[in-house]
Design a protein around this ligand. Structure first.
Ligand code: SF4
Length: 125
């Protein structure tokens, strides 16, 4: 996510210089940047944050993902659930996520209980 934030910051800075009175694209990018920063701040507050490397990027579906949303409401995540987040959601295996594969194949996300590894995450609570 850091690379994306940096890229958006550069674009916003450039557009602010070019369009000091505002511009629809600038407004759109500023909104995206603010949303990303808010998301990053929310992640940093969570117990799994220490497992996520500083320079890692996160899944583009973080905001819409039912699994990730569920994880935000669990006070004490098990080690397995923390690993799912640090390996799949904000880690090196994002593209291998079963939820993403299901979405690509079927056009709809799987049940909210399906983990990025493809099994029911309830057993890891
Ligand atoms: S579970 Fe999969 S789709 Fe959902 S945020 Fe994590 S990597 Fe992305």
């Amino acid at each position: 996510m850091s690379e994306l934030v940096q890229s958006l910051e550069k674009s916003v800075e450039f557009l602010r210089g070019r369009y000091p009175d505002g511009n629809p694209l600038l407004t759109c990018l500023e909104t995206q940047l603010n949303n990303l920063k808010a998301k990053k701040a929310r992640i940093a507050e969570k117990s799994y944050a220490e497992h996520i490397p500083e320079a890692s990027t996160c899944c583009q579906r973080l905001e819409e993902c039912a699994f990730f949303e569920d994880m935000q409401h669990i006070d004490e995540l098990s080690d397995v659930l923390k690993d799912f987040i640090s390996v799949y959601c904000c880690g090196p295996a994002t593209e291998s996520c079963s939820r993403l594969k299901h979405l690509k194949e079927h056009g709809t996300p799987p049940s909210e209980k399906i983990s990025p590894a493809g099994d029911d995450y309830s057993k890891y609570l």
